[in-house]
Design a protein around this ligand. Structure first.
Ligand SMILES: Cc1cc2nc3c(=O)[nH]c(=O)nc-3n(C[C@H](O)[C@H](O)[C@H](O)COP(=O)(O)OP(=O)(O)OC[C@H]3O[C@@H](n4cnc5c(N)ncnc54)[C@H](O)[C@@H]3O)c2cc1C
Length: 475
């Protein structure tokens, strides 16, 4: 193995994968991690850091791991990333896409090295609250954007209350299948937040139980709306409401959070509609639920247009998903339950006025794909029911609401909004909104804005008491 080859990661075989929802990737051993970190060129201009939405110092923790200083690497990782345990298994590793080693060989396995830092270094550290500020802040929505903003603002000394409609924190992280992320990982991260002044209130829905403007009236000086895009986009074809039709997000959430036995039986024939990461996760989960059964993924365009990451596509192929391209769903057949999916063939038509490829339906090309289960994964939209129009939210292309201004503020003074297309992008968005809120409050109260302090206080860091478990939150 030369410098340009990655120290291999052990992965489950196809047979092992479809048997159960267990992590696909093994962790590096200590020795493997050191060898992999020693491949890092320690670039003077670290593109990996620039490529990371939250500017994690990957070069820094690679150096420390290469010197077998796993404690230092864990502390450096956790300093800027309060959801490190989640990200070391789920991040789409934009840092690796920019790693200079990728030009000649295989990029450094930065995400796996982050995991090694936490596995072998002292990672049960506690964040230290800094000098308290008096302005209370509310965050609406406890996905990665809201959590990151709450953490950042609490580290700056603000008391924060997070309102969440679901019984659990984490937002869409709770739908990420267990072959990518384990059940306890988010709580491992949140346990380190124990000493921060963050109160979680679950089971409260903005738009129904209160509005952001109500929170301002109650004395919160700023409100961040980080509600994501959590409502399934409908396919809008006949038969969509038949038993046997699922939407991907509630389907994946149920697999993770129970009750068990989503399909009732294991011999289902499943069709998934969509071609993004969520569609692939639904299809790969269906393969596991059916013990390696018949799972087809139907997409109206070709493979080159699929939005899913290479990792998801290759994972789906290896696990035996059948890809059916250039088929557009027309209706779902059935009376008491799904009996099939009627599709029409599609093909590329002439370019439109802007030169983009168009897609046309081939006349008289209907065919039926026999199946008894259909999972719809064609995207999500924000659910803004009950929110006043005057916030003037900008809706991102993937559906979540944002503030129109650079600091994420909406048209209502003191109300901010943000979200993101991956866990780390959402965290970066939360970090940006927190900086915007802090600067807004600093100006309002005649303070100079300050950068976020070191969340470990720059000194010896306390650790979690033995046996401490993250509390579960009740309404
Ligand atoms: C199946 C699946 C797999 C994914 N896998 C990965 C992956 O492997 N890696 C990766 O980086 N990204 C992945 N993502 C994407 C990632 O999870 C999202 O980009 C990220 O969670 C978005 O964060 P957010 O905080 O903007 O929104 P969300 O995570 O959607 O959080 C919004 C929160 O607001 C709450 N909320 C909504 N409305 C209200 C209201 N009115 N009042 C109060 N609370 C409200 C919601 O319940 C939710 O908790 C995946 C997404 C899905 C669906």
């Amino acid at each position: 193995m030369g410098r340009y080859d990655r120290v291999p990661i052990q992965e489950q075989t196809r047979e092992e994968r479809v048997e159960k929802f267990a992590l696909i990737d093994d962790a590096y051993s200590k020795q493997e991690a050191v060898l992999e970190a020693q491949r890092c060129l320690q670039c003077a201009m670290p593109y990996c850091v620039q490529g990371c939405p939250i500017s994690q110092d990957a070069r820094g923790y690679n150096i420390l791991i290469s010197q077998e200083d796993f404690d230092g690497a864990a502390r450096l990782t956790l300093r800027d990333n309060p959801l490190s345990t989640v990200l070391c298994k789920t991040c789409y590793h934009f840092c690796e896409d920019d790693c200079i080693m990728g030009g000649k060989g295989v990029p450094i396995a930065i995400r796996h090295l982050k995991r090694a830092a936490l596995d072998y270094g002292k990672s049960d550290l506690l964040y230290i609250p800094t000098k308290r500020k008096e302005e209370r802040i509310a965050v609406v929505g406890a996905g990665p954007a809201g959590l990151m903003a709450a953490w950042d603002l609490a580290v700056r000394g603000h008391p924060v209350t997070v309102f969440e409609t679901e019984p659990n924190l984490g937002g869409q992280v709770n739908t990420i299948p267990r072959y990518h992320l384990e059940a306890e990982d988010l709580n491992t991260d949140l346990a380190r937040w124990k000493n921060l002044d963050i109160k979680f209130v679950v089971g409260r829905r903005a738009g129904a139980d209160f509005t952001p403007k109500d929170l301002l009236k109650e004395g919160y000086e700023a409100v961040l709306v980080s509600v994501g895009a959590s409502k399934a986009r409908e396919l809008a074809v006949p038969g969509e409401h038949l038993p046997g039709v699922y939407h991907a997000l509630p389907f994946l959430l149920r697999i993770n959070m129970g009750p068990p036995g989503v399909f009732g039986r294991t011999d289902r024939r499943v069709v998934v509609i969509g071609a993004g990461d969520v569609a692939l996760d639904a299809a790969r989960s269906a393969r596991r639920l059916t013990g390696g059964g018949d799972v087809q993924l139907v997409y109206r365009r070709g493979p080159e247009d699929m939005k899913a990451t290479v990792e998801e596509k290759e994972g789906g192929q290896l696990e035996g998903i059948q890809f059916v391209f250039y088929r557009s769903p027309k209706r779902i057949l059935g009376t008491e339950r799904v009996e099939g999916l009627v599709v029409e063939r599609t093909e590329h038509g002439p370019p439109d006025a802007k030169g983009r490829r168009t897609l046309v339906v081939v006349p008289n090309s209907e065919e039926t794909i026999p199946c008894d289960t259909v999972i719809i994964a064609v995207g999500e939209v924000a659910d803004l029911e009950g929110f006043e129009k005057e916030y003037g939210f900008k809706i991102a292309s993937m559906g979540w609401p944002e503030g129109k201004h650079d600091d994420c503020m909406t048209d209502v003074e003191g109300v901010f909004a943000t979200g993101g297309r991956s866990v780390v992008h959402a965290m970066a968005a939360g970090e940006r909104a927190a900086a915007g809120i802090d600067a807004y409050l600093a100006k309002k109260h005649g303070r100079a804005p300050e950068p976020r302090p070191d969340p470990f206080g720059g000194s010896e860091v306390p650790t979690l008491p033995p046996g401490y478990e993250t509390p579960t939150w009740t309404p």
